[in-house]
Design a protein around this ligand. Structure first.
Ligand code: 9MR
Length: 473
């Protein structure tokens, strides 16, 4: 998004949000949710910096009952089929983004974010790809990732780079992609990172919700291996299809926190539940809220009649667009949590996470002006005060020119610095030319006005410091 003009009313709004955020950070006050409960899923999830999304089908965008609910309730959109390989590259070398763009444009025109789904998958391959194998298929996969990601470069919150690559027992699914060599998944992720360094890269799968299940362990071991070897991966999508016989496992939260402890975000990406069990919907929502790196929930469709398994009535709205009991159970859980308690301690450890004011961290510029509203402000792009950032394992937040955020050693209480890179490696956090830094969590920004070369900014635990204002210029 473009940086607002300093004189714009919107900016003043943002500044007041920033002041509130920073004051909250400094005072370390417990801020109960004094505001009225939010009345939509997206707004309720946003109270804790999360999103609530849905899958959209381009063919239904002409249905106003459908679009009214979708635009009102959700703030993250996944194309149900329109960004898959068969849709985006029907003939080799000929890309087609018409349906994908229809959804992208519909969403972004309404201020909704978009997740990309999906780049490399054994299913929904175009016919020409299905018939390839070996090095020819490997090259086709790379070309496909590059072609699709180039089109959506800088526009999406995340990409499901690889989808459903494991068997139920935790071994690799045998597919034409697997046949190109066991390294196909990491090649896909490395290709994706190069194609668009600004987007979060996710591995996405179903039946990985139960921690003691073989498939969960198989995926977990792959993510752990990737993190240990520096293969770029930012997130794991747990599809969360509690339908067709599976249900919410008691250890779901452990699964989420175990993945998160590897240094990746987690998200529930395709939720639906047999007969929309209220207890399961409430339970899965609560589990996500209980895990700081669970960044959002997406349900796989709007109304039951839109679902790929409509006979199981698994969604939050009935075929007439009425809110179901499950809708209320989810909304109540989202509202019961309210804004994240700013005293929640940030996770200590490997330096892959930087939290905003809500978690008791702040940005400080030593020796800078303490005057309100000077050059650097921390806020959420929508003026909300509960900012949150996550650095990827490769320490990427996209930024400008010669400025970097060096996350080395950014564990609890240690310093993170923004400064001229001067050729130093692994410092890929640059301020955008429009003055913003886009956070990994959708819609969050660090806005820096007039940053001067070589000026230092440090992020650290606030320890009760109040009224910190930042000046780099
Ligand atoms: O909901 C999608 C349905 O319309 C398609 O026919 C189907 C084809 O494979 O894909 C469905 O979406 C799937 C998603 O892309 C990946 N996880 C499982 C989803 C449900 O099958």
């Amino acid at each position: 998004m473009a940086a607002p003009s300093p004189r714009s009313p919107r900016l003043r709004l943002l500044l007041s949000g920033a002041v509130a955020a920073l004051t909250a950070a400094g005072v370390i006050a417990v801020m109960p949710n004094a505001s009225a409960a939010e009345s939509t899923l997206g707004a309720a999830a946003a109270q804790s910096g999360r999103y609530f999304g849905t899958a959209i089908a381009a063919s239904r965008l002409g249905n106003s009952a459908y679009t009214t609910i979708a635009a009102r309730e959700f703030n993250m959109i996944t194309a149900e089929n329109e960004m898959k390989p068969d849709a985006t590259q029907p003939n080799r070398g000929q890309f087609n983004f018409s349906s994908g763009d229809q959804i992208y444009n519909w969403a972004t025109q309404r201020g909704l974010k978009v997740r990309g789904h999906t780049l490399a998958w054994h299913a929904q391959q175009p016919g020409w790809m299905q018939s390839l194998s070996g090095s020819s298929l490997r090259q086709a996969m790379i070309d496909h990732i590059n072609g699709v990601m180039a089109h959506y470069k800088g526009k999406l919150a995340a990409w499901d780079v690889v989808n459903e690559a494991f068997n139920e027992d935790g071994s690799r699914r045998s597919s034409n992609l697997q046949g190109t060599g066991n390294d196909w998944i990491e090649v896909a992720f490395r290709t994706a990172r190069n194609a668009d360094p600004s987007v979060k890269l996710c591995y996405n799968d179903y039946n990985i919700e139960n921690w003691s299940y073989g498939k969960t362990q198989g995926v977990y071991n792959m993510i752990r291996d990737f993190k240990s070897r520096g293969v770029p991966i930012d997130c794991v999508g747990l599809q969360t299809h509690f339908t067709g016989g599976s249900s919410l496992p008691g250890n779901f939260q452990s699964t989420l926190s175990s993945f998160a402890a590897l240094g990746v975000d987690v998200a529930l990406t395709e939720v639906d539940v047999t007969n929309a069990s209220t207890s399961q919907y409430a339970g899965l929502t609560q589990a996500c809220l209980n895990v700081p790196r669970c960044i959002g929930i997406t349900v796989w469709g709007v109304r039951d009649s839109d679902s790929w398994r409509s006979s199981e009535s698994p969604l939050l709205f009935d075929g007439n667009g009425n809110k179901k009991a499950a809708y209320s159970s989810v909304l109540n859980v989202l509202n019961s949590t309210g804004p994240t308690n700013p005293t929640t301690p940030p996770p200590s450890g490997n330096g892959t996470r930087i939290l905003g004011a809500q978690s008791g961290r702040c940005v400080d510029v030593p020796g800078s002006s303490q005057n309100n509203g000077t050059r650097v402000q921390l806020y959420d792009c929508n003026g909300q005060s509960n900012q949150q950032w996550t650095l990827t394992s490769s320490k990427q937040l996209t930024v400008y020119g010669s400025r970097c955020l060096d996350a080395a050693g950014s564990g609890n209480g240690s310093a993170v610095q923004i400064y001229s890179c001067n050729g130093q490696t692994n410092q890929q956090w640059n301020v955008n030319s429009n003055g913003t830094i886009t956070g990994v969590q959708s819609g969050r920004c660090l806005d820096v006005w007039g940053t001067g070369n070589g000026q230092q900014v440090q992020l650290y635990d606030c320890n009760g410091q109040a009224n910190q204002r930042f000046s780099l210029g």
